[in-house]
Design a protein around this ligand. Structure first.
Ligand code: GLU
Length: 436
């Protein structure tokens, strides 16, 4: 069996971290098994679907490195839907309904007031059909067949179709609801695994009977617990947190991928620089049932950890030319984002304004200025410099290192000076020390 998964967003908005997580798990699963990962654009809502969102979805997936093996659009598949619908109609598995939404509402309330579950009541065979009303269509659940499946995340699932309403699959104006179309597509595209949020569990129960009614084996399902914010529910902010804002905040795609791959699972989040380990490790059996908590601060920290291991080659196209591989290696432990690397160009190549120094510091700097010209910059100039100053002034520890760091870099903090100083040209360093 070829493993085939799909990510099926509706292009009615941009992707947020919750959808991206679903896309990622589908992608990881397909890649782990050498299978296919499809992008299915659920654009049957012609009014709300926008081409710009389709483009944004493609761009976001590409940015994240989730390459797709094919793209399908539901809006191009109406002929297939008609044909499959006709088969179900002929088999009596879809039927026309004439109730208005007001009528349905009243019936629901009556049932609830009697303490009964608000399940749709089918009209008896031969009930009168109102004239001049276009029907909507429901799928007839088979009440005699309990619905069973083994979910990769949730384990054995059991639904009694008698307790479920026959789902509406087509509106009176002929437009389609998602439920049946998704089944028709999953069959046509040979989807072997459906990975999606647990908000779809009851849809799955109805869809399993649709697969059977269309004489297809249902795929294997994995319903993952939802993503929530640190405050415990899917906040508005998280629900709208798009890739553009993360990109602007300097988040690397691999950091988001590394976090979302493992969040809510019993595997630790690891600062990986590529997806190999995540692909190898994806295991729905290790996904928890409790909501996964997404914390932007955790993402920022992970981003930082990943940057500290990221090679120059991987980010070179986003770095100023002055940030050479050696300079990158020196500064990366101090970076929270790649963009911050640009701030270090001045530290390496100037110009730097000499920082104010008190008398004791000035003595240290003067001693360094005197020693620097004779130092061989090619072999560990920092130790040569500090040894000379220590010998000349008796300064040591912080009183020795801090004034020199300040004079040479204009900053109180930064990378190891032994690594940094050889990357500042000797003339620059000598000039920075010669302040008085
Ligand atoms: N378009 C549906 C949604 O975004 C797809 C759900 C599914 O994966 O089947 O909810």
């Amino acid at each position: 069996m070829t493993i085939t998964t799909r990510f099926a967003p509706s292009p009615t908005g941009s992707l947020h971290v919750g959808n991206v997580r679903t896309a990622l798990h589908n992608w990881l699963w397909a890649r782990k098994h050498g299978g296919r990962f499809l992008l299915r654009i659920d654009d049957t809502d012609l009014e709300r679907s926008k081409e710009e969102y389709v483009d944004a979805i493609r761009a976001d997936l590409a940015w994240l490195g989730l390459d797709v093996d094919g793209e399908e659009r539901q809006s191009a598949r109406f002929a297939l839907y008609e044909a499959e619908f006709a088969k179900l109609q002929a088999a009596g598995r879809v039927y026309a309904c004439y109730e208005t939404s007001e009528e349905l509402d009243i019936r629901r309330k009556v049932l609830l007031s009697r303490g009964l579950p608000p399940v749709y009541e089918r009209k008896p065979e031969g009930a009168p059909v109102p004239a001049g009303v276009a029907p909507h269509w429901r799928f007839r659940l088979d009440h005699d067949a309990p619905i069973l499946w083994t979910d990769m995340v949730r384990g054995p699932q059991h639904f009694e179709p008698k307790t479920m309403s026959d789902p509406v699959v087509r509106r009176a104006d002929g437009s389609w609801l998602y439920l049946l179309l998704s089944v028709i597509d999953d069959i046509a595209m040979g989807i072997s695994h459906v990975v999606r949020g647990e908000d779809h569990v009851s849809n799955t129960a109805a869809q399993i009977q649709m697969f059977e009614a269309l004489r297809a084996e249902p795929p294997i399902f994995a319903h993952e617990a939802l993503l929530v914010g640190t405050e415990g529910k899917l906040s508005k902010r998280l629900g709208s947190l798009g890739m553009a804002s993360l990109r602007e905040a300097g988040i690397e795609p691999i950091a988001l991928v590394a976090l979302l791959a493992r969040l809510g699972t019993s595997d630790p989040v690891e600062p990986v620089t590529d997806t190999a380990l995540l692909v190898e490790g994806i295991d729905f059996g290790r996904f928890g049932r409790a909501p996964a908590r997404f914390d932007e601060a955790e993402l920022a920290l992970l981003n930082q950890k990943i940057l500290h291991q990221t090679d120059h080659a991987a980010v070179a196209d986003r770095l100023p030319a002055a940030i050479t591989p050696a300079r990158w290696n020196a500064i990366r432990p101090n970076l929270a984002t790649v963009a911050e690397a640009a701030d270090w160009v001045q530290v390496f190549d100037g110009p730097l304004a000499p920082p104010a120094a008190d008398e004791a510091d000035r003595a240290v700097i003067a001693a360094a200025a005197a020693a620097a010209p004779a130092i061989d910059w090619g072999s560990d100039p920092w130790h040569a410099l500090t040894n000379a100053v220590k010998a000349g002034t008796g300064a040591k520890g912080r009183a020795l290192f801090l004034p020199l760091r300040r004079a040479l870099t204009g900053r109180d903090h930064g990378p190891d000076m032994a690594e940094l100083l050889p990357l500042i040209a000797k003339e620059q360093a000598v000039a920075r020390l010669a302040v008085d």
